[in-house]
Design a protein around this ligand. Structure first.
Ligand code: SF4
Ligand code: SF4
Length: 427
């Protein structure tokens, strides 16, 4: 295997979005009729699940397949389950889609409230995964290396998005509370918060060690922050958690702070909407709200061949229905007019080397892509450094042949992950 540094020679010149001074409050958009929640694929047959069509649910209620599984989703509204169906996400990831007809007479589930006065890691793990910002507490129990450092990201990972900057600017009290809770329940004292230069003063009130990050993409990706903040290189194929470092978004930490402070699980997600003209608006909406409700509020109509992207322009994924719901980690929705689409092509690689020069992981992408196109994923990993990729998407951005290089990479990693999981189960 080729061993490469994560820091390339060529630096891209693409700047992160800056939250403008006097940014208006996000527009609050309520779901018009129903919400849809995604629950990870059932590990047990569906006839044993604990919820059914026609069941009433309360806001904050846990929905899971069985009492002894840690896979769950939190009901973000009060209402009645109107359908349960299988949903295939990106790269064949399977979910159960649970639709709930919204009842405007909200009732709160009290299971979490009874435990909130005495915060513990178990309570956080059992109720708060999937809150706005999508905090995960798995790193505190699943890695052999115990977590010694938490890095809170006050800058968004992709371009055009200001969701986490907004959290630092306006919810610093909740973040401060969340940091206190994290210290208490995890025992980790070394907590850093990364922000752009202009939020330095706001961030200081959060009671974490504040670090300013570079304004050029992709400086806020975890692998690069491991290098710039901690002077540690994450080896190919490893995750920061395996080196004792856990990354959480500022929005997630604010959610943790609010949950334990108010005894109520937050369900309102902030995201950046980018319309067909490129105009950006901050939106707040309930997790599970269909994108169509947001588009309707802004008078955006989708026409044939327009594109809807969940996430930022570099790493986001296209979705094919405006019924797709807002998720706990949906930081942006981008609507692109069919007239302005940067289409992928089936032109071959012309070996220009632009992707190699811009790749922050120094991967020989011009060679790698040949194996990926042929579906030779193991060879791509063994000979051309697939696992050094830090998922920045710059290779696709610069490719003169408009090859979907980054999509090939994501597919290859997913397929290899599936193969290795199957091998481990059969071993
Ligand atoms: S997405 Fe492309 S440019 Fe970015 S690290 Fe991976 S191979 Fe390199
Ligand atoms: S930028 Fe595209 S065409 Fe150029 S070497 Fe990379 S994959 Fe090939």
């Amino acid at each position: 295997m080729i061993k490469q540094s994560f820091i390339g020679l060529a630096k891209p010149q693409i700047e992160y979005e800056v939250l403008v001074a006097g940014q208006p409050e996000p527009q609050l958009i309520q779901p018009s009729e129903k919400i849809t929640l995604f629950l990870e694929k059932s590990p047990v047959p569906n006839d044993s699940i604990l919820f059914n069509v026609g069941d009433k649910v309360k806001t904050g209620q846990k929905l899971s397949y069985s009492a002894d599984t840690d896979t769950y989703v939190i009901a973000s509204v009060t209402g009645t389950i109107s359908s349960i169906s299988a949903f295939a996400g990106d790269y064949g990831k399977s979910h159960t889609a649970i639709s709930v007809d919204v009842d405007n007479n909200e009732e709160l589930d009290d299971q979490f409230a009874e435990l909130a006065a005495n915060p513990t890691l178990d309570t956080a793990r059992n109720f708060l995964s999937g809150m706005p910002g999508n905090p995960s507490f798995k790193a505190f129990s699943e890695t052999a290396e115990s977590i010694h450092t938490i890095i809170i990201c006050g800058v968004d990972r992709d371009l055009l998005i200001t969701t986490n900057q907004y959290a630092v600017k306006t919810h610093i009290k909740a973040i401060k509370n969340g940091i206190g809770i994290l210290k208490q329940i995890t025992g980790v004292d070394n907590i850093l918060m990364t922000v752009p230069q202009h939020l330095m003063q706001d961030a200081i009130a959060g009671n974490a060690q504040v670090r300013v990050v570079d304004s050029e993409y992709p400086a806020t990706l975890p692998h690069l922050m491991m290098q710039s903040l901690l002077d540690q290189v994450v080896p190919a194929g490893k995750r920061p958690e395996e080196m004792g470092v856990c990354f959480l978004s500022a929005e997630a930490v604010a959610s943790i702070g609010r949950a334990f402070d108010e005894g109520r699980i937050p369900v309102t997600k902030t995201l950046t909407l980018v319309d067909k003209n490129g105009d950006k608006s901050l939106v707040s909406t309930i997790i599970g709200t269909p994108i169509s409700d947001i588009l309707n509020t802004y008078g955006i109509t989708l026409h044939e061949k327009d594109r809807l992207i969940i996430g930022g322009p570099m790493t986001g994924s296209a979705v094919y229905s405006e019924d797709y719901p807002v998720q706990a980690d949906t930081d942006a929705i981008i609507v692109q007019d069919s007239e302005n689409l940067d289409l992928v092509s089936d032109y071959p690689c012309i070996n220009c080397g632009d992707c190699v020069r811009i790749c922050p992981a120094n991967i020989p992408i011009n060679m790698l892509v040949r194996f990926l196109e042929a579906g030779q994923y193991e060879e791509a990993a063994d000979q051309y450094d697939l696992y050094s990729c830090i998922d920045c998407g710059l290779c696709s951005y610069v490719c003169v042949s408009k090859m979907p290089v980054f999509h090939y990479i994501k597919l290859a990693k997913y397929e290899l992950g599936r193969m290795h999981a199957a091998e481990a189960m059969n071993a």
